[in-house]
Design a protein around this ligand. Structure first.
Ligand code: KG4
Ligand code: ZN
Length: 331
């Protein structure tokens, strides 16, 4: 078995993370220092605060990842780091650490696309998984359907034309007075609600593109109208009905793409993959159709450096010290 040790570093948003991976699938450590409590009082991530906190956290987090893996910096063979998409200042902290360490240790540096990283989280949760497969990537910033034909070949079938799925969850939660990040809060609240209580319009976009801004406006209008009339609302019903509309839309497009492209494996990725209803709906639909279904364990769904190390391991291109952050990097 390949014993290459990859140090993964991730600082694209509000988690400072480092991980050590042996070979392609053997995760030795996965340390995540979350800044969520720090940003909660602002209702969302404040970029300047995130960058400053990453600076404080980055070296202790790397140290902890090495200690937990039972290795030292001298044992590391290569460093994989997120260079985009994400917040510019936040990305630069991880990049500076990775570039300095790679230079000092004279080891290769690998520039990882965060979105590709999310897909690779699945290889850690399911070591037997191999491409080709269809991946639905749903995060705070992106919603995309990808035909991954090989470890290094990604065909973008469609993506969101406006809000990402996670963004819609977060915005609606915020208006409902739920804490940041809103996705897990809506997920929790929806469990005690009726998903058929309110009919919200299904986004009408042809092909494999998505759009969630119309749905978001419909939910916000519903909440505003109720408030103006002084009507009481059932927050759990709103959460469940909104969530069902998002989940049904995501599942419909994913299953249609799997059929059209004749793919028998569906791989869920990104922070919204932690949504219990999305996971259950896709699992049931896949079972019915005889498709294999994969999704990462909860800790690997949201931002982490294990997925970055894994993506880096399979990537066959290297970066140098001129590597810069690309905040709006696409797939
Ligand atoms: O992938 P991620 O950690 O960060 C980005 O790369 O954007 O995704 C974060 C997003 C947030 O919008 C958060 O609300 C959402 O994932 N999320 C969820 C759940 N857990 C996290 N959305 C719905 N249900 C969840 N259980
Ligand atoms: Zn992410």
């Amino acid at each position: 078995m390949d014993k290459t040790l990859t140090l993964g570093i991730e600082t694209s948003c509000d988690e400072t993370a480092a991980a050590v991976l042996r070979g392609g699938r053997d995760l030795l450590s996965n340390v995540i220092s979350t800044q969520i409590p720090l940003h909660q009082k602002f209702g969302g991530v404040v970029p300047e605060i995130a960058s400053r906190k990453h600076i404080v956290n980055i070296m202790p987090v790397i140290d902890e990842a090495l200690t937990k893996a039972g290795v030292t910096l001298r044992d590391i063979n290569q460093i994989a780091v997120t260079f985009g998409p994400g917040l510019a200042g936040a990305l630069l902290v991880g990049l500076s650490a990775a570039k300095s360490l790679a230079y000092a240790l004279k080891i290769p540096l690998i520039a990882v696309n965060h979105l590709e990283g999310h897909i690779f989280a699945n290889f850690l949760s399911a070591p037997q998984l191999e491409p080709p497969f269809l991946s639905l990537v749903v995060s705070g910033g992106h919603t995309a359907l990808i035909n991954m034909t090989d470890y290094n070949r990604f065909e973008l079938l469609g993506q969101s034309r406006d809000d990402a799925a996670g963004e819609a969850f977060d915005k609606i939660a915020r208006v409902m007075g739920l804490p940041y990040p809103g996705g897990p809060e809506i997920d929790k609240l929806a469990k005690s609600g009726d998903p058929d209580a309110i009919t919200f319009p299904h986004p009408k976009v042809t092909g494999y593109d998505f759009s969630f801004s119309g749905l978001k406006s419909a939910v916000l209008n519903y909440l505003n109208t109720a408030q103006m009339k002084g009507d009481s609302i059932d927050a759990a019903d709103v959460a469940a009905s909104f969530q069902k509309t998002v989940v049904d839309t995501l599942a419909e497009k994913t299953l249609a793409a799997a059929e059209e492209f004749n793919l028998n494996k569906i791989v869920l990725a990104g922070g919204v993959a932690a949504n219990s209803s999305l996971e259950k709906t896709l699992r049931t639909a896949c079972e019915r159709r005889g498709l294999e279904f994969y999704y990462p364990s909860k800790i690997l769904c949201t931002d982490n450096a294990a997925m970055i190390a894994c993506r880096g391991y399979y990537q066959n291109t290297f970066a140098d010290s001129t590597l810069n952050a690309v905040p709006n990097l696409g797939l």
